[in-house]
Design a binder for this molecule. Sequence first.
Ligand SMILES: Cc1cc2nc3c(=O)[nH]c(=O)nc-3n(C[C@H](O)[C@H](O)[C@H](O)COP(=O)(O)OP(=O)(O)OC[C@H]3O[C@@H](n4cnc5c(N)ncnc54)[C@H](O)[C@@H]3O)c2cc1C
Length: 381
Amino acid sequence: MPYKSFGFTDHQLMIRDTIIGLMELELPPEKIEALEKASAYPEDAFKVLADEGWLALPYAEEHGGADATYKDMAVFIEALAYVHPGITSAYMTTVIYGGMQLARNGNDWMRGELMPELLAGRLKMAIAMSEPSGGSDLAKIKTRAVPDGDDWVLSGQKVYITNAHVADRLVVAAKTDPDAGRHGMSLLLVDTKADGVEIRPMDPLGRRTSLPNEVFFDEVRVSGREVIGQVGEGWKLLMPGLNLERLLLAAASAGQCLKIVELARDWAVEREAFGQKITEFQAISHKFAEMQMMTETARLHTFHVAEMLDAGENPVMETAIAKTLATEYNLAVADMGMQVMGGAGYMMGPIARLYADARVGPIGGGSSEIMRNVIAKQVLS
Ligand SMILES: Cc1cc2nc3c(=O)[nH]c(=O)nc-3n(C[C@H](O)[C@H](O)[C@H](O)COP(=O)(O)OP(=O)(O)OC[C@H]3O[C@@H](n4cnc5c(N)ncnc54)[C@H](O)[C@@H]3O)c2cc1C
């Protein structure tokens, strides 16, 4: 592999090399192109990850997992995103956003029956928090679950829910006590086939192999055992996952940066203008220096916070910094890569897709503005 390791162990190098080998075999450029054009979920690649046991990576051994460290996970996600951002989203929605709730906070049914299905690749998941009235201000969601005997009746609307259209189960944030602010929110594990659930894929700029969706709940019956954790604990259950999510979003951006630099370099070293290679123009070669500096910085912050998390720290500020820098650098690197490639970069293909994919980084998973609020609060408190 061309990219260097940040003190990776032999085990982490094995993770990186195995994932890149496996995924490059399963997702060659022409297959990625076909999936992207069809806006199709990378089903085969996801199945390979399941068959080879990679869905188990982040979970504790007692839940059938491989007990990966944070740094193992960052290495894994960086490698996955280096091959294809879409398979990273597919992995994240089921294994991280959905599965972590089951493993960490689920009841016996969720852990005993659903987790084995998930690990085998037969249960796909998505997380449904954002609503049309706003995604940043999660405490203000309007989706409501009303008690009815032992059951709950769920009504409301979610938006931009990644991979809901292929999911079997959604982790849905709903108000169970609208007057209790954050303490009135619960997490419900909703069956996508249940009566009253309607899912409509949306039409995004990028990441087209893991589509976002509108999700409508019209008096959906949710049983008592489908409540994750305790009623009213939703906020408390979501918050501990934020460090891991931000770390992995940073790692994914770092992987995409590596791929963009490689694609742009491979093209530029062959391209000639005015009788010389374009890389001999300082204006072009300096763009590679800039792209490399941003890539290195994204990786540095990613693996730095991974090490802090593995050391048992709670680096709220540092994970927000890593997520913000890595996603913003990813976008800047994609922009420069496209500039280097001229018209060839602007035509729909690998670089144009990576550019479109990168644009969501500073929006999703806590926008850059929200991340700066988090960072400022930590500095000023
Ligand atoms: C491709 C994609 C996939 C997604 N997948 C999922 C998913 O799987 N599940 C899910 O629940 N959600 C998902 N989202 C939603 C995503 O989390 C939200 O888009 C994001 O949180 C921002 O919310 P919003 O779009 O409603 O913007 P808003 O919250 O309306 O914000 C609009 C603008 O105002 C800024 N802003 C808001 N509040 C503040 C503030 N306090 N200070 C400064 N600026 C502020 C924002 O940064 C943004 O620039 C996805 C979004 C996209 C685009």
